[in-house]
Each structure stands twice: as C-alpha cells, then as structure tokens.
Design a protein around this ligand. Sequence first.
Ligand SMILES: [Zn+2]
Length: 164
Amino acid sequence: MIRIYGELSKQDKKFLNQAIVSTLDFLTTRRHRKNTDVVLIIKEFQDHKYLGETTYEVLDGGHRKFTIHLAPSARNISKNPLIRYKKLLNTLFHELVHVKQWLNGELVQFQKSVRFKGEKYNFDPDDDLAYYGAPEEMEARGYEQYLYARFKKLVTQKPTEKPV
Ligand SMILES: [Zn+2]
C-alpha cells in the first residue's frame, strides 16, 4: 500500500503514486514486495540539508514499512508534471533504489557499518567522501536518470491500439 502526504493536488498525488508503483514493479519482484507499505511525505527538511531520506521499519508479522521523506521541488510552474517534478522524481527514484536494496536483501544496515551485496563497509554519515563513494549510493545515483527516462516514456507513450 502506498500513501502520500503533502500539499499536493489529488492529481499530482496520483502521478507520484504511479511513479512509485511502476518503478517498484520494475525494480523488485512481487514476492519481495509482499507485505510492504510505502509512505511518501513531501515536506521541507528542517535544516535543508537533504533532498531525500528513507527509513525502514519491520513491524509485527514481518510487515515492512518504508517512509520516504522528500523536500518539495522548487517552484516550477510547468503544467507538465514530468517537468514540474523532475528534480523530485530523480530523488524519489534514488530513494526507491534504496527500497529495492533493502527489499532484495542486498543492503543491511548496522550501527556503524553497512553490508551491500555481501561486502561490509564502515558507515560514517559525516564523511562526504565515504558517503558518495559507498557502493549502494553509487548504484542509487546511477539509476536516477535511467528511471526518470523510463517513467517519462511510460507516461508519454500513446496507448496501444486494440486489434479490431
Ligand atoms: Zn542514497
């Protein structure tokens, strides 16, 4: 189940919902997505330090809940949501790659270290070089533009004509 909170029109929430559903469908399997909730909160960060942040909780009965917090896009008046939300979508797709990493068991976070695809790394959020060079971050950044292009194609392609 997906829930979206923020000062957005119903239509824009529907658009972002489609972005989450279609991207997670592509990145993960139905089995891995089972019992998973995604909550998207669009709200200014208090210290304006981040564009996006995701937290992961395992609830009773193995139910998983991801909370993705994104900063709203800077004022953009384009009527086209693909343009209006371009920056936000890139950050959303980045965060969804982390959701994929968790769901597929590729990423395991410990207090001071991270295991990604079987290799363990020290984790220091204040070390910029370590942060940008972390393989799970490199993977997430590498996917951003591809997932945006993919979603753009999905929402702009004409519906296929039905055979008569
Ligand atoms: Zn990241």
